[in-house]
Structure formats: structure tokens, C-alpha cells
Design a protein around this ligand. Structure first.
Ligand code: GAL
Length: 657
């Protein structure tokens, strides 16, 4: 169980009592109980309240809050407040402030305004974490430690002199000597050769495109600095309370700059924050993808939804309120896809500050509101779903995902500005979602052996050993689909030798002779009525069979999609961007090769996920839907004898027989 001391599906949210007078606290706790809340995150941004002046601590209020919560059976996820250093830190240690790429020192008044490499910040963060650990490690209400908040969310990288020096140390550790670094960064290009470590800078704003290998290493370095900070706090907490798991809330997939594959083994519990992209009509599909990817980071084990919203957020251009039932569908989708707890930002809507227009479990309007009714209904639904906790999600296919490749493919001066990693992954994922297939996400070097079908959307940066992993998978009988602009460069953004796509040529049975990107808005026709856009390539088969050809465009007459039997399996290649139903032309026959049947029998817009013996059916449409299922219906208490009816906008969960 992800939180051993909590014997239920976690339910609750961020609780910021310091923003309210103490008279409000008993009411909070009473209402939490009414809503079925059993876990709250406390203290996330409380550093200035806990240590108003250096080394002067005020823990009385937090003692009181924890007693009140514990006394009412509400467990505590206690945060270290290090994402919001106090004003005195910035004032006394100006070198701890964040400096942006243009060299501007950023001001105080928000959060995460610190340099991740600052020794002053680090020392002070360790000190407050240790204070909290010594004071609360033995508190009976404490079930989880929450380190920091969304590492790198607002300060992914700092370009100050301290960071520059730390970057040099990091590079020295990576390369050992300058000759290695010069080779890795390709510094013979544009005369960038370094002859002294002191000459190396972070990739500050340059007059024209900056060195891509330098930028990649700086991204790696910056992410490592945050991870180092996490480890330091985690180790302090573990020392004082060995039995209490430690987490930090990730932002999957919203945060591009942290390579979360590297965080996976560092946290005791993978927890994630997810917010709907209001402008997207299919945001429930993106939500499902975020949940599946989070489960991937958790090694396909249960995880915790640390934050989502009951309704609108406040930081998008137009903050769209959730419609009736949407909160429940969103939450139970996370549960279906492996979450063992559902928490919100935040418990009570704030009256002041930057986030006062953000929704909460308890809205400004109080308890006579639709949101409150949905929140309490969800709390009791989770009681009925308690047995789901801890069970594994059953996936049909895997997709390969990689943060480093995402970084690399979107650096400057790629062959087209329309190359968009997240778009490609989301498009393939959405096709699978519509085919009612459940997806696991795997890192490029991860174990693929259990999956009949693996999809690799535009994996531009590919290590030779990861390419060998893909080849082994196909050789062993797997079906692989690779999309364009994959396997192009190595870890230093240097083109793999011998022609594109470097280490995938043999597996795919082809060579890409030339990239032929399209103009903005241009489309190309393929055989069979399929349309591509953004990108085409001149593909030369070397064993692969053309399945579809370009009928027009810059690669007219040449193969667009190929299939290559390799070992006991099959490798497909797609050299243009196919969207929506156009992906049918590849993914349907690939499913055929993998002996997977898209569930065309299920109604469109009905999301069906199997978790252990449980079947979740989430109806995103305004029509009632039906699907074959038999078993006990957990939310209504009924029994389903063979055909399950899921009313419009509703969720049903069956314990199957
Ligand atoms: C999260 C953050 C919370 C709150 C929330 C608003 O990214 O962790 O503290 O700001 O966004 O949506």
C-alpha cells in the first residue's frame, strides 16, 4: 500500500489554515469529516509562518492544527515548505535569488524564486526540514511526508554565477576532461572550443541559436540540482521517521524540464498534480494519458493524485468551470488508472492572493453549492470503492516516452517548428483511447516484453542501447510502430552515423534519405484516402514493404508507411503526421499484427478500464451507454447480469465475476 498508515483510498486536499483565523479551523475539520476527507496536505507554503526570522520558529499554530486533524481522524501529509522561501532569505542572501536566461534577477512576491544551486538556500531548506522532522516525526497523525512543491515548476533553471560554477562541477564529473567535453559539445563548430573550465557558461541568451549539446547538458544539470535538493530533504525526513513514506508532487506531463524517469526510484510514493487544459475538448483523454504516464513512472504500481481541481483553475487564459459530473468522472478516471488517493488543490477557496479564483473543495459559496455536493458525494463513493485500492491496472499496449528526447526535439533549428513531441504522443494515445485500449508508458530502455504492441511516437534522441532494446522486443515477436524523426541523434544531439534513422535502420528495414517537411497548413494525400501534414520524408526501403505511398507533396510516389517483418515480430514506420482517424491506416493493421482487437463494439466516448477484478466504465457523452459486463456494481450496490447501463455522464464500477 502506498501509504501504509492509511487504510483507505486517500481523499482530501491542500489545507492552508494559516490563511484563516483559528476560529475557522474547527469548522474546517467538521466539514472535512462531512465530506469524507481522510488526508490533508499541510504546510506547503508555510516557511515564513514557521520561521518568521532566521532561527526563530513558531510551531504552536501547526501543533494545534495537527492535533485538531488527528483528533478528528484526519491523517496528515506534512509538507516541507521549501518551495516558498521567506522574504528574509532573499533579502539576507541576495545570491539565493533566481536569475533568468537574460541575466535578470527575479523579484520576491511569488514562490520558487530561489536558485536551486544556492548554498544559502540549501542550508536553510535543510534546517527547516530538520526542524519539522524532529518535531513531528513521531506525531501519530503523520502518514506521509510531502517534500517541497512541484520541483522546477517556476524555477526550472537558474543562470546566476553560483549555478554557472555548479554547472562546471557537474560537467567535470560527466566528462572528466575538457577534450571530452569539447568532443561531446561539438565545439569545433562555430569555433566554440574551450581551453579552460572557467570559460564555460550556462546557455544564456545568445545572439543566435545556442549550442544544442550545451543546452541539453544544462537541462540535465538543472534537473539534477532539483533532484539533489529533493534527496537532501528526503534523507533528513527518513532519518527521523523511517516508517513514513516520502513523496514530492510531480507534474506529469505538464512539466517538461524534469526527467521524471530519474525521480521514479527516489520517491517512496509517486504522486502527481494534474490540471485539465480547459481549452481542449478532449481534455478527458489527456487526463487519462497523464494518469497512465504517472503509473508508468510508478513502475505500473499504484500512485497518488496529489492535486487536481474541483472546478476551474485560475491560471489559464479562460478558466472554465467543470460541468456537473465532470469532477466525478475526472477523479474516477485517475482511480481507474491506478491512483490510490484523490486529493485536490485545495480544501477551502482562498479569499486573497494570486489563487483566490481557484476552485476548492469548499467554495467561496460554502456548502450550499454544486461543488460541495459533488465533493461529499465523491467522498462517500470512495468508501464504496475501497477494495479497488492496491490493485493493478491491466494494459493492452505500451507507448515509449522520454523526457530527454522531448527536450532535444524542441530545441532551436530543427527541420520544422511544427515538430511537437507532446502532440505526437497525445495523438497516438487518443487513437488508442478511442479504440478502448489501455496504455502503459515505458522508458526507451524499459522492459517491453509483456506487450503485444508498442508505439514509439517521434523519439528523436535515441541511445544505441535503447534502440537495441526496441530491436530485441521485435525480434522476440513484438509489433512496433515508430513514427517519423525518430532515432536521429545520440545523447549529445549528434546525428547517428550512416544515415537516418541511425540505430533503427536495420529494425525498420529502411533508410530515410531526406527530410521533406511541409509548409504551414500544407497537407499530403496518401493511398486509401489518408492525409498527412507537417512532415514527410524520402524513405528508401531496405527490406521493408511500402504499405502506403504519397500521392502528392514533396515525396510523391515514395513510401509513406512501411512494414518490416523482423525476427519473430514486425516493425512499422510512419513518415508523416497522421491525425485522428488517419492513424487508422497504420494502427489498425499494426493491432492486427499484434493480435489486438480495438473494441469497436463499445460506444464512442465510453472509457473502459480494467483494474484488478474491477471494471470502470466512464461515460463522457450525453447519451446513456451499454457494455457487456457481469458482477456487483459498487457505486449503486446493484448487480449486473450481463449488460451494464452507464447513464449519460455517469461512472459505473463493477466487480467482475
Ligand atoms: C499547482 C500548485 C498548487 C496550486 C495549483 C493551482 O501547480 O502545486 O500550489 O498553485 O497549482 O492550480
Amino acid at each position: 500500500m502506498i501509504i501504509p498508515r492509511l487504510d483507505r483510498i486517500a481523499y482530501g486536499g491542500d489545507y492552508n489554515p494559516e490563511q484563516w483565523p483559528p476560529e475557522v479551523w474547527p469548522q474546517d475539520v467538521r466539514l472535512m469529516r462531512a465530506a469524507g476527507v481522510n488526508l490533508v496536505t499541510v504546510g506547503v507554503f508555510s516557511w515564513a509562518e514557521l520561521e518568521p526570522r532566521p532561527d526563530e520558529y513558531e510551531f504552536g499554530w501547526l501543533d494545534e492544527v495537527l492535533e485538531l486533524l488527528h483528533g478528528n481522524g484526519i491523517a496528515v501529509d506534512l509538507a516541507t515548505p521549501t518551495a516558498a522561501p521567506p522574504a528574509w532569505l532573499a533579502h539576507r542572501h541576495p545570491g539565493s535569488r533566481l536569475v533568468d536566461r537574460d541575466g535578470r534577477v527575479l523579484g520576491f512576491g511569488a514562490r520558487q524564486g530561489f536558485c536551486p544551486s544556492s548554498p544559502d538556500y540549501r542550508a536553510r531548506a535543510a534546517a527547516i526540514a530538520e526542524r519539522l522532522a524532529t518535531r513531528y516525526a513521531g506525531h501519530p497523525g503523520l502518514v506521509l511526508w510531502h517534500v517541497h512543491n512541484e520541483y522546477g515548476g517556476a524555477n526550472p533553471a537558474c543562470y546566476c554565477p553560483v549555478s554557472a560554477a555548479a554547472f562546471r562541477v557537474w560537467l567535470d564529473r560527466r566528462y572528466g576532461d575538457l577534450a571530452e567535453l569539447n568532443a561531446a559539445w561539438g565545439t569545433t563548430f562555430w569555433g566554440q572550443r574551450y581551453s579552460d573550465w572557467a570559460e564555460i557558461e550556462p546557455p544564456r541568451r545568445t545572439p543566435t541559436a545556442g549550442n544544442p549539446a550545451q543546452q541539453l547538458d544544462f537541462l540535465r544539470f538543472s534537473a539534477d540540482e532539483h533532484l539533489t535538493n529533493f534527496r537532501a530533504e528526503r534523507d533528513i525526513l527518513r532519518r527521523y521517521s523511517p516508517g513514513v513514506p516520502v513523496t514530492t508532487n510531480l507534474m506529469i506531463p505538464a512539466c517538461k524540464t524534469m526527467d521524471y524517469w530519474r525521480w521514479a526510484g527516489e520517491v517512496d510514493v509517486v504522486s502527481n498534480d494534474h490540471y485539465l487544459r480547459a481549452e481542449s475538448a478532449d481534455n478527458h483523454i489527456e487526463l487519462a494519458m497523464a494518469a497512465d504516464l504517472t503509473r508508468g513512472v510508478a513502475g505500473q504500481s499504484p500512485w497518488l493524485l496529489m492535486e487536481h481541481s474541483t472546478s476551474a483553475v485560475n491560471w489559464q487564459p479562460r478558466n472554465i468551470a467543470k460541468r456537473a459530473g465532470e469532477l466525478r468522472r475526472n477523479s474516477l478516471t485517475h482511480l481507474a488508472r491506478g491512483a490510490d488517493g484523490l486529493l485536490f488543490f485545495q480544501w477551502r477557496a482562498a479569499r486573497f492572493g494570486q489563487e483566490k479564483f481557484h476552485s476548492a473543495m469548499l467554495p467561496h459559496g460554502g456548502t450550499d453549492t454544486g461543488i460541495w455536493r459533488e465533493v461529499t458525494a465523491l467522498g462517500s463513493a470512495l468508501g464504496a470503492l475501497a477494495q479497488v485500492r492496491g490493485t493493478p491496472v491491466a494494459a493492452d499496449v505500451s507507448m515509449v516516452w522520454d523526457w530527454e528526447s522531448w527536450w532535444a526535439v524542441e530545441l532551436d533549428w530543427r527541420p520544422s517548428v511544427d515538430l511537437d513531441y507532446l502532440e505526437r504522443v497525445t495523438a497516438c494515445y487518443a487513437w488508442l483511447w478511442r479504440a478502448h485500449l489501455t496504455v502503459d508508458f515505458t522508458p526507451p530502455g524499459g522492459d517491453l516484453s509483456g506487450y503485444p504492441l508498442v508505439i514509439v511516437p517521434s523519439l528523436y534522441l535515441l541511445h544505441a542501447d535503447a534502440a537495441a532494446n526496441l530491436a530485441d522486443y521485435v525480434r522476440g515477436g513484438g509489433t512496433l510502430v515508430v513514427s517519423y524523426f525518430s532515432g536521429i541523434v545520440d545523447a549529445n544531439d549528434a546525428v547517428h552515423p550512416g544515415g537516418h534513422p541511425g540505430p533503427l535502420r536495420e529494425l525498420l528495414g529502411l533508410v530515410v534519405e531526406e527530410f521533406r517537411p511541409l509548409r504551414a497548413g500544407e497537407t499530403v494525400r496518401l493511398d486509401g484516402g489518408t492525409t498527412g501534414d507537417v512532415w514527410t520524408e524520402l524513405v528508401r526501403p531496405r527490406g521493408a514493404t511500402p504499405v502506403l505511398r504519397y500521392l502528392d507533396g514533396p515525396a510523391a510516389g515514395e513510401p509513406a508507411v512501411t512494414r518490416h517483418p523482423f525476427g519473430a515480430g514486425v516493425a512499422w514506420y510512419v513518415s508523416t503526421r497522421l491525425r485522428g482517424e488517419d492513424l487508422d491506416a497504420v494502427l489498425r493493421p499494426a493491432c492486427g499484427d499484434a493480435a489486438i482487437a480495438p473494441r469497436d463494439d463499445l460506444p464512442a466516448g465510453l472509457e473502459v478500464v480494467r483494474r484488478g477484478p474491477f471494471l470502470f466504465a466512464i461515460n463522457h457523452t450525453d447519451q446513456d451507454a451499454k457494455l457487456p459486463a457481469a458482477g456487483t456494481e459498487l457505486l449503486t450496490g446493484g448487480h449486473c447480469a450481463g449488460l451494464l447501463r452507464v447513464p449519460a455522464g455517469e461512472v459505473r464500477v463493477i466487480r467482475t465475476e
